[in-house]
Every structure is written in C-alpha cells, then in structure tokens.
Design a protein around this ligand. Structure first.
Ligand SMILES: C[S@@+](CC[C@H](N)C(=O)[O-])C[C@H]1O[C@@H](n2cnc3c(N)ncnc32)[C@H](O)[C@@H]1O
Length: 326
C-alpha cells in the first residue's frame, strides 16, 4: 500500500471513531474487505440470491469481443477494486496485445491471490499490482509506463460504483476520466433498479453469508483496534431506501449495548444501527446523466436479457470550446 501499516492502522481507527460518533453511526464499506471479508465476498458471489456477479459475468461472456474491439491494441488496463479477477481473466484473454494490467485493491490477500493467478495465466502481460485505497489519491507515477501505453482503460466491473453516493460517484468518475486521458476510456458495470424483494434477498442470502461478511467488521474492530464489544449483540440487516434508490447494510443492536474503543464508549439502544454499506441502483438514463455530469459520454451499453445489470463503455467528452474573445 502507498501508506505504511502504521498509517493504515491509524486511518482505520480514525475513520471508525469518526463514523461511530456521527448521529447515524457508520463505518466506511472499504473496511469490509480484509482477508476474511474478501473470502466471504467470493462466497456471496456464488449464492443463488446474488444475481450481480452472474449477470456481470454473463455480459462479459456474451460481449467481451465487443469490449476488446472498443479498447483496441496496446492498452494499459487499470482496474479499481479488482477482487479475485474472474471477469478480468475474460477481458485480458480477449484483448489484442495488452500493454499492462494494474489492479488497484485494498485487500492485500485478494490482490496477492489474483496477481499470482493472472501472472500464471498471462505471462506475456506486465502485471503491476497496487495495494491502495482508491478513494485516496493514486500517484501518477504508480500508473505511468515507460514507454507509455497506446491507451489507458479504467476497468470497474461488479457495480462497485454503487457503493458511492451520487456526488461521490460523480467525483470518482471525473478521476477516472482524468486517469484515462483524452484517448482512453472507462469500462464499467452498473447494477440496475429492480424489484425490492429481489434486491433485499441479494443482500441477505438465506445461508447467512452476507450476514457473516457484515459482522466480520465487528471482528476487525475487536482484533485490529482492540475494541471491547459483544458481536452477538448485533445482527445484519439489509434495508431498501426508496428515496435514495439504494440497498443499505446495517449492523443493528439486538439489545442495549456498547462498543469501547480507544478510551471512548459508544452506546447503542436496541434497534439502533451502524450503517456499513450502500449499494445504489440506477436506470441506464440516470447513469448516462451521471456519467455526462463527470465529462464522460456513453459509447456503448450492454444489458442482460432480464435487464438486471448493465455494462458501459465511456469515452471522455471533448472539452467545451471557449467562445473567441473579441
Ligand atoms: C464488490 S467487490 C467487486 C470485486 C470485483 N471487481 C468484481 O467485479 O467481482 C469490491 C472490491 O473492491 C475492493 N475495494 C473496496 N473498497 C476499496 C477501496 N477503497 N480501495 C481499493 N479497493 C477497494 C474490495 O476489496 C473488493 O475486492
């Protein structure tokens, strides 16, 4: 990671203290992904309820040749939140002479495993793993190649963009546009609005894997930050917020309880929650507007036959021409 382990620990503690002190207590969702969280996420992807990965994978299988065509030869693929890289494999295999692949990933365990697998599968591609928090600034030198690639393509499948609020997503898309540059592009997956029942099931599977994924955050607080808490006092809950068109994950206090952390005590009455993740859902129209507000134009959109999920190839919009001065 660009930051030392000591810095990472200090940032984790500071973020949790800040989040637990807010009127609606919260913890940033990036902390869901330690080695255990990454492993649980892979299991979530295989549950019958979590349609997201299957739909995204099916779109890759059906359209990867079109993705490759739009990306063109000699590209540097930069992936945010790469995870296990199952879709990445399909993409890299279909590209014409890719120049390099940079996965940016917060989870050291997930990054090490996918780098090992992809290096074996694609010995001819330069793989440049970057353990980093993509919500922080990525240094240009970490993405620079010598000689430079023909094109930079930001790859962001899995609808991880959904974790951001709309204004955060707009800021993030602007960063992607800057990274891609004038000649580059963005290949992104976006989950679509659908029946509430289906959405809630996807974030609260019957086998309890999403619950374990969410509750693992409390284990991290106890193990890494030395927090005193009783895990059994909290339960996983998925809620649909219809105003914001998002599924929210919460850890809800089953009874009055407290978390002691770094000399502070945070009390929770029964029913109070810690908000741990958002997953915003879009229509294609809404996403187009969002992308355009960030200076990116949709060149192609793909949807699965059921209309569950979408992929988009975005290109930077030409800057508005300034009126000539008189
Ligand atoms: C929803 S999963 C998607 C994984 C994969 N891209 C896919 O499509 O299946 C989100 C991934 O982003 C990573 N991640 C989450 N927040 C991050 C952050 N702030 N910086 C870097 N990686 C992050 C997680 O570790 C996880 O691998």
């Amino acid at each position: 990671m660009s930051n030392s382990p000591v810095d990472q620990h200090a940032a984790f503690l500071a973020d949790v203290l800040k989040g637990l002190s807010s009127p609606q207590p919260s913890i940033p969702c990036k902390y869901l992904y330690d080695a255990t969280g990454s492993e649980l996420f892979e299991q979530i992807c295989k549950t019958p309820e979590y349609y997201v990965t299957r739909a995204d994978l099916a779109l890759h299988e059906a359209h990867v040749a079109e993705f490759a065509n739009l990306i063109g030869p000699g590209a540097h693929i930069i992936e945010f939140g790469a995870g296990s890289g199952i879709k990445t494999r399909k993409l890299l295999a279909s590209l014409e002479t890719p120049r390099a692949y940079t996965p940016i990933e917060i989870s050291a365990a997930a990054l090490a495993a996918s780098t090992r697998d992809l290096s074996r599968a694609f010995p001819e591609i330069e793989i440049r793993p970057l353990q980093a928090d993509y919500t922080q600034l990525i240094r240009a030198k970490d993405l620079a190649l010598d000689p430079p690639a023909q094109r930079k393509i930001v790859y962001f499948p899995g609808s991880t963009i959904s974790n951001f609020t709309h204004s955060e997503a707009q800021t993030f898309l602007k960063r992607m546009r800057r990274i891609a540059g004038r000649d580059g592009g963005v290949l992104i997956g976006v989950d679509l609005v659908k029946q509430q029942k289906r959405l809630l099931a996807a974030y609260d599977d019957a086998a309890g894997i999403t619950a374990a994924f969410n509750l693992n955050l409390l284990d991290r607080l106890a193990r890494e930050l030395d927090a005193a808490l009783n895990r059994e006092d909290f339960a996983h809950e998925a809620r649909y917020n219809s105003d914001k068109r998002r599924v929210e994950m919460h850890l809800v206090a089953r009874r009055d309880t407290q978390i002691e952390l770094a000399g502070q005590e945070f009390t929770f009455s029964a029913g109070q929650s810690i908000h741990t993740e958002n997953s915003h859902k879009y229509s294609v129209r809404d996403f187009r507007q969002l992308a355009e507000s960030a200076g990116l134009k949709i060149q192609s959109t793909w949807k699965d036959p059921e209309g569950l999920f979408s992929m988009h190839f975005l290109r930077p919009m030409a800057p508005a021409r300034r009126a000539p001065t008189q």
